[in-house]
Write a protein that binds this ligand. Structure first.
Ligand SMILES: [Zn+2]
Length: 55
C-alpha cells in the first residue's frame, strides 16, 4: 500500500488514527509529521513492521 499523502509514492508503514478524519496509512516520514498533531495516534502497521528498519 502506498502513502495516503498526495504525490507521495513511498510505502505506507504506519496507520494514523485521526480523531477528526478517517484513518490513514502513511509512510514513516509523513507519520512523523502528521503524528505530531494533538490527538493523532501513530500505529506501526503490523503487516510491514520490518519495513521500518529496512532500507
Ligand atoms: Zn508519505
Amino acid at each position: 500500500m502506498e502513502c495516503a499523502e498526495p504525490e507521495c509514492t513511498r510505502r505506507a508503514v504506519v496507520e494514523l488514527h485521526i480523531p477528526w478524519a478517517a484513518n490513514k496509512h502513511v509512510c514513516a516520514p509523513h507519520a512523523r509529521v502528521l503524528g505530531r498533531q494533538d490527538g493523532v495516534v501513530a500505529d506501526p502497521d503490523p503487516d510491514s513492521g520490518s519495513e521500518l528498519t529496512g532500507s
